[in-house]
Design a protein around this ligand. Structure first.
Ligand code: NAP
Length: 251
């Protein structure tokens, strides 16, 4: 099914769409023939490969380099998307980082860096898209949280603070814009196989797997399917929701 508005195609911004979950989201939205503005931080090669794959599925793609922690980069991303495609219907706030360590040993710099990218970043993007979505009286926003934001996790005080913060922020903004036809939801993935989790030793992964009722780790496509549902035309009455995609891990 094409996500069309008469002759106008829906336009989606996916932050951190060059790799991992963001790439899977971009590829899934490309199947609907959308216009895609894909942001990345530094890995241009990966971003270009993702763009090529999305275009092969029928999407028009704009690649924009920038740091979501910088409000001016977020404003530029939205301006470029508007210039290229004329509207912004969907925002997937996916970009994120980890800088793990036990609190006693974690530097303040690592604590702040994770909050800047993972919590301030999505706020910057929601603010940068707020005017256009309100004017359109249409918007679909999905913010990437994590089961760590629900349950906490050893060595992730910074990441858990950001991902729990995302949930409160999602629900608050959902209340502010529901009457304007804009939905704001969060997705909370469990353990998903991407570069972010690649570095973990196999023994730690095996231990995590034992606590996943589904008996396996997740794939980026598992998360992309949930995002695709929430940004679809048919999900217009779902807002302020947190959808776990974790094989039952945080049940
Ligand atoms: P990933 O493979 O490490 O990819 C991260 C993406 O974010 C890349 O596209 C990267 O761009 C981009 N990025 C990083 N910092 C950025 C910044 N400051 N500004 C703009 N883009 C930036 O990560 P992932 O595993 O796919 O995770 C995606 C999201 O899901 C994150 O929010 C993460 O916290 C969340 N999540 C992941 C898991 C998991 O198990 N993997 C679980 C729960 C939640 P470059 O390619 O240019 O570096």
């Amino acid at each position: 099914m094409k996500e069309c508005l008469g002759e106008i195609r829906r336009t989606a911004i996916v932050t951190g769409g060059s790799r991992g979950i963001g790439k899977a989201v971009a590829l899934k939205l490309a199947e609907d023939g959308m216009n895609l503005a894909i942001s990345f931080r530094g890995n241009r090669e990966a971003a270009e490969e993702t763009a090529k794959q999305c275009e092969a599925k029928g999407a028009a793609v704009l690649l924009v380099q920038g740091d979501v922690a910088r409000s001016e980069d977020c404003e530029a991303l939205v301006s470029k998307a508007l210039e290229a495609f004329g509207r912004v219907d969907i925002l997937v706030n996916n970009a994120g980082i980890t800088r793990d360590g036990l609190l006693a040993r974690m530097s303040e710099e690592d604590y702040r860096a994770v909050l800047e990218v993972n919590l301030v970043g999505p706020w910057n993007m929601m603010k940068a898209t707020s005017r256009v979505m309100m004017k359109q009286r249409y918007g679909r926003i999905v913010n990437m949280s994590s089961v760590t934001g629900l349950s906490g996790n050893l060595g992730q005080t910074n990441y858990a603070a950001a991902k729990a913060g995302i949930i409160g922020m999602t629900k608050s903004y959902a209340k502010e814009v529901a009457s304007r036809g804009i939905t704001v939801n969060a997705v909370a993935p469990g353990f998903i196989d991407t570069d972010m989790t690649e570095a973990m030793p196999d023994s730690a992964k095996d231990k995590i797997c034992q606590n996943i009722p589904a008996g396996r780790t997740g794939k980026p496509e598992d998360v992309a399917a949930a995002v695709h549902f929430l940004v679809g035309e048919n999900a217009g009455y779902i807002t302020g929701e947190v959808l776990r995609v974790d094989g039952g891990m945080a049940m």
